[in-house]
Design a protein around this ligand. Structure first.
Ligand SMILES: Cc1cc2nc3c(=O)[nH]c(=O)nc-3n(C[C@H](O)[C@H](O)[C@H](O)COP(=O)(O)O)c2cc1C
Length: 332
């Protein structure tokens, strides 16, 4: 089964590996006549791009996107839009010493047993380098949504258990860690640097909001809006949990606490996260995306090699100390 394509009416297929020649995507289902703002697509990639500050990996990738097809005189033609991003900063040598062993927490072990070979250079297809292609496809989706006055935004609401108490999406792009709450940003940054200085990594949570949702989107039952949203989010590298609205907390509440009362102006609260019965209710769609700590860390760890021999894994190279930060842009 192909697992490199996502979506039905609007769908995209990504290709490429972290240490291959390029990564990219083919986006299908875009109507003709949509203005394709290349500068906007690039600006979205720039938000995800590594090597920009101390809170992300030092790998420096230009992530310059090139549109190969489906656009004529700045407008979509209704045919597949192919985009490519050439890889620039591969250092396969960084992975020489882990060539035959499995990094704990990464996909090395399972990819080896599923595919019978090991592309050890940066994780190959399991590397989150692939997520740049998703961001490019997502930028096209955003251009379509803009035309419908639907806005998607994201930010970091928690790092290692240090939680935002308020959400200000307007400040996110000015923050090096896309923090939603200025009052906890310093503590969240400190937690990332502390983990990094200890050669370790740390988990975090991104919050995604969709404003201007029309009522009635989503197909019950198997393609409930919440179900496909979870499928999309859980498909992102390192995502281990997704909450819609009140999420897991709803299981601790009474019905009287969790239900959103309705008056003639609409819903008075938004515990549902904008979805009821798998269908959008017109309120803001709210989704929390839980990222695990980066698996590649620089402390010695127990592992085995492809022959089953026990070894110590001592990694070199450049890795994100907290994948949630750049991951929030991917989720958005
Ligand atoms: C934006 C982003 C950046 C990432 N950067 C790294 C990294 O530098 N090093 C690493 O080991 N994993 C990184 N990951 C996570 C791995 O790709 C992921 O943990 C791995 O593919 C195993 O998949 P799983 O965690 O979903 O089981 C990153 C994930 C995202 C979303």
């Amino acid at each position: 089964m192909s697992s490199n394509t996502f979506g039905k009416k609007f769908c995209f297929t990504t290709f490429g590996e972290s240490h291959g020649r390029a990564i990219g995507c083919v986006v299908d289902g875009v109507p003709s006549g949509l203005e394709i703002d290349e500068a906007f697509i690039q600006s979205e990639l720039d938000r995800r791009r590594p090597g920009q500050n101390a809170f992300a990996t030092a790998r420096k990738e230009g992530d310059k996107v090139e549109i190969l097809s489906g656009v004529f005189e700045g407008k979509s033609t209704g045919t597949p839009i192919a985009m490519v991003i050439f890889n620039e900063n591969q250092k396969s040598g960084d992975y020489e010493n882990v060539k035959n062993l499995f990094r704990p927490g990464h996909a090395d072990f399972t990819y080896f047993y599923k595919y019978g070979l090991r592309d050890y250079r940066g994780g190959g297809r399991s590397s989150a380098r692939e997520t740049a292609a998703r961001v490019a496809a997502g930028a096209i989706a955003k251009l379509m949504l803009n035309a419908l006055h639907v806005k998607v935004q994201s930010g970091i609401c928690a790092i290692g258990g240090i939680e935002a108490r308020s959400y200000d999406f307007d400040r996110v792009n000015a923050s090096e860690i896309y923090a939603l709450d200025a009052n906890v940003e310093a503590a969240q940054k400190e937690a990332i640097l502390e983990a990094k200085n200890a050669h370790d990594s740390i988990g975090g949570v991104a919050l995604v909001h969709v404003l201007g949702m029309p009522k009635g989107l989503g197909e019950p039952l198997y393609y409930k809006l919440d179900a496909i949203l979870c499928e999309a989010m859980m498909g992102i590298n390192g995502v281990k949990g997704v909450e819609i609205g009140e999420g897991f907390q709803a299981s601790r509440l009474k019905g009287s606490e969790n239900n959103d009362a309705i008056d003639s102006n609409g819903f008075k609260t938004n515990k549902s996260g904008g979805i009821l019965g798998g269908i959008s209710n017109g309120d803001t769609l709210t989704c929390k995306v839980y990222f695990k700590p980066t698996p590649s860390i620089f402390v010695a760890q127990e592992t085995i090699d492809t022959e089953g021999k026990e070894l110590t894994c001592k990694l070199k190279g450049r890795h994100d100390p907290c994948i949630a930060v750049r991951g929030s842009v991917v989720a958005e």
